[in-house]
Design a protein around this ligand. Structure first.
Ligand code: SF4
Length: 297
């Protein structure tokens, strides 16, 4: 059981210009109970004086109030807001606190475009609000899904929804006017990088009506490296040395990267899928908001 702490935030949005293909991030929680062993966001807890990213969950009880102050400000230009850059907005505690419906009602009120990515099918609770927002402006609903083997999935993402449930969720949102995406990230060497797994994920994506997918190979830096290697040491000790060799620096070996992206490219063509995150934005907002994502070439 996680430790929950209610906090009040001084502002709702963080400016993340220059690092991502959007400028604003909204995190209604800090910390995340989903417990993914490869979580890239663990670093963010150092700003909250906690080492327990998966167990110390901070709840921003006044986040909707602060968001409305921003959205109603004359200086706000209605830019896309990424909801959940360093947490999952639909992690288990959201079933109790119900912060997201208020956030979505504000997005509807101000017709503000947004991106929501989650590993939980709790997002279906807010289906009608997201469908309404998607009829007014750009909304992206994305699920990060890494593997179709449920035993492995439970080890690497212990508190997320099953991959099949995440695809079922995407399929439901594909019936709205939202852009629906698969974030195939991270692809984990030796565990989820097989042809069989990637083929199966892209086949499911195709059946679920996704408009794009983004693949990215595991990065191991800082806290993430430490947590991931501890997981490998306990669960897959024979893989410790191969991982150390492949990740002698923070990033993955270049030859390996080339091999995996070649495979992904081949399967992308097989299923006729797009990796253009921008296309739905151009379609809906009629303007190129971002440069092409450089995650995948
Ligand atoms: S769902 Fe995202 S934020 Fe939450 S633990 Fe997993 S990777 Fe981290």
């Amino acid at each position: 059981m996680a430790n929950y702490k209610e906090i009040r935030c001084a502002s709702a949005l963080n400016n993340v210009s220059g690092r991502f293909p959007y400028n604003w991030d909204l995190n209604i929680y800090r910390g995340c109970e989903h417990g993914c062993k490869y979580c890239f966001a663990m670093y963010s807890h150092k700003y909250l004086d906690s080492e327990q990213y998966f167990d110390d969950i901070f709840i921003k009880t006044n986040v909707a109030e602060q968001l409305e102050k921003k959205l109603m400000s004359p200086s706000w230009k209605g830019e896309i807001i990424n909801i959940g850059g360093v947490t999952d907005s639909y992690q288990p505690i959201e079933a109790q606190y119900k912060l997201m419906p208020d956030i979505l009602r504000l997005m509807i009120k101000y017709k503000n475009p947004c991106i929501i990515s989650t590993k939980s099918d709790l997002i279906l609770r807010d289906y009608d609000l997201i469908a309404e927002l998607s009829s007014l402006t750009y909304v992206n609903v994305a699920a990060t899904i890494t593997c179709m083997d449920e035993d492995l999935r439970q080890k690497i993402e212990p508190n997320g929804a099953s991959s099949l449930n995440r695809f079922a969720m995407l399929k439901e949102f594909s019936k709205t006017q939202a852009s629906v995406g698969l974030h195939l990230m991270p692809i984990i060497p030796f565990l989820t990088d097989t042809r069989k797994n990637i083929d199966s994920l892209l086949s499911q994506a195709s059946d679920s009506g996704v408009k794009y997918f983004i693949p990215e190979i595991l990065n191991l830096r800082g806290r993430t490296r430490q947590t991931f290697f501890e997981f490998i040491r306990v669960e897959y000790p024979a893989l410790c040395k191969p991982f150390q060799d492949l990740y002698s620096s923070g990033g993955v070996d270049k030859a390996y990267k080339y091999e995996i992206y070649s495979l992904v490219n081949e399967l992308k063509k097989k299923y006729g899928l797009s990796t253009d995150f921008n296309a739905p934005i151009r379609e809906k907002l009629n303007k190129p908001m971002f440069e092409q994502l450089s995650l995948f070439t």
